[in-house]
Design a protein around this ligand. Structure first.
Ligand SMILES: O=C(O)c1ccccc1N[C@@H]1O[C@H](COP(=O)(O)O)[C@@H](O)[C@H]1O
Length: 207
């Protein structure tokens, strides 16, 4: 199971994370988010994060702005968390980026919506609907994912918290690729509770 920890905004905090149990480090490039990245992408940032997939989260951003940040922060993965079209995903995938397309999922969600993205993304990410696009801290009803029969692997996201290890271990879907952890592990926006993450990841990865 892959693990993405999102909304990071402190180099000191990243140093304290259980990095050996994390695959994707997420940075939010969305000025309206309280987690909007302000880390300077200097040599210490590059070195510290070099062993991980550096993921930029964007919401309806112009491709030119995404690409600028891909170069500035050495991103190799982009998470598109707004209403981005399949064409935008394709354009970014053609830049050799790993593309994660997020969808807000509720009982009303029509999984046919994702079909047009299947050939132009690497992962889907299923999150809870919120006006803020993401970072709601609330879970959606994971049972609706029974309606997803596509072939693209997905991240489970939205309000996953420190007490959810057992629930995740019990969750099964043949395309379930990993989890995305964000606001429920925060000390404050942009700073994660590293001990809580360590404990949770040990538990969720145990047999
Ligand atoms: O975290 C944010 O502020 C945010 C803002 C805009 C788009 C995405 C955002 N974060 C993503 O939201 C999900 C769920 O987060 P949470 O666990 O409910 O806090 C996660 O994928 C983040 O990458």
């Amino acid at each position: 199971m892959k693990v993405k920890v999102c909304g990071l905004n402190s180099l000191e905090n990243i140093k304290a994370l259980p990095l050996e149990d994390i695959d994707f480090l997420g940075f939010i490039f969305y000025p309206k988010s309280p987690r909007n990245v302000t880390i300077v992408p200097d040599r210490s940032f590059m070195q510290l994060t070099s062993t991980h997939s550096r993921t930029g989260v964007f919401v309806n951003a112009p491709v030119s702005l995404i690409i600028r940040n891909v170069f500035a922060y050495g991103l190799n993965t982009v998470q598109l968390h707004g209403n981005e079209s399949p064409d935008i995903c394709k354009e970014l995938k053609e830049q050799s980026l790993v593309v994660i397309k997020a969808f807000s999922v509720s009982h009303k969600f029509d999984f046919q919506t994702v079909e047009q993205y299947e050939s132009v993304v690497d992962y889907f990410l299923f999150d809870t609907p919120t006006k803020a696009y993401g970072g709601s801290g609330h879970q959606f009803d994971w049972s609706v994912l029974k309606g997803y029969n596509g072939h693209v692997p997905f991240f489970l996201s939205g309000g996953i918290g420190p007490d959810d290890a057992a629930q995740i271990k019990a969750f099964y879907h043949k395309k379930f690729a990993g989890i995305d952890l964000n606001s429920r592990f925060e000390v404050r926006p942009g700073v994660k509770d590293s001990l809580q993450l360590m404990k949770f990841l040990k538990e969720v990865k145990s047999k």
